[in-house]
Design a protein around this ligand. Sequence first.
Ligand SMILES: C[S@@+](CC[C@H](N)C(=O)[O-])C[C@H]1O[C@@H](n2cnc3c(N)ncnc32)[C@H](O)[C@@H]1O
Length: 277
Amino acid sequence: MNDILDGVRDHYRATGLAERLKTALAAFGPDNQQLTPEQLATVDQFHTRGLAATADLAKLIGISADMSVLDVGSGVGGPARFLAATYGCRVTGVDLSEPFVDAARYLTKRTGQSERVSFEAASALDLPFEDGRFDVVLLQHVAMNIAERPLLYREIRRVLKPGGKFAMFDVVLNGEAEPLYPVPWARTPETSFLLTAAATRDAIEAAGFRTLASQDDTAAAKAWNAQLRASGPPPSPNLGLVMGPDFAQLVANLARSLMEGRLGILTAVFEAASTKT
Ligand SMILES: C[S@@+](CC[C@H](N)C(=O)[O-])C[C@H]1O[C@@H](n2cnc3c(N)ncnc32)[C@H](O)[C@@H]1O
């Protein structure tokens, strides 16, 4: 198990990321000038359809200012900052990658949100929170890296209040065919653990959840990829800064895997049952 976590950490190693972001963000103005979550969206929303996907998922959940939200596998923190800025809620992010957590804290200082948004380095399989702490848990493009799905979903259920919402947005298998590696979450199959949409929902329900909404977002992802290709070189800074110079290739392989029907995109929202199973 630790070998898998080490492999995932290695994939997201991002050495010196906060410093590199600092240099790249000089293009937006001096260090003491506050940035908006929208300005950072090309570099801090690490999933298909970027900021639009986070905004759509948030609408599906129904978030209010009095809620406490946990973002599991929070990356460099774009979704957490967007939710706090848009809804006024408190957001905590946890991520396996320490450089990502450092970068998330740095970017949150730059958007002036450190009072309401915080990050911790931790594994999704051993969340450092007491039972029933959160109203909402978010999981965007993270489950693909996690072999122990029953444990992942049980941990999420544990930290949610009864009646709390769990919203997920993940890449899923369509059938037997594997993705074309390397992809954005794994350069080799050793750190990729995909399930079909049906198997994902089954695993989540088995952990004590009821499905509230479930939609196939594959067509929207394909359209977004086509638009990206047509619009030429990406704006700067972008996720290449976070993941390295092969990032364009990783995204192209994901797009091809979607086009060839190997992969799909699932969005779903669940409610935590009032008693644990
Ligand atoms: C593709 S990125 C998505 C980041 C973020 N959710 C977003 O949408 O911007 C996947 C993230 O999941 C994190 N991750 C993978 N496995 C994890 C685990 N077992 N525990 C915590 N974080 C994990 C990675 O470190 C990485 O930041």
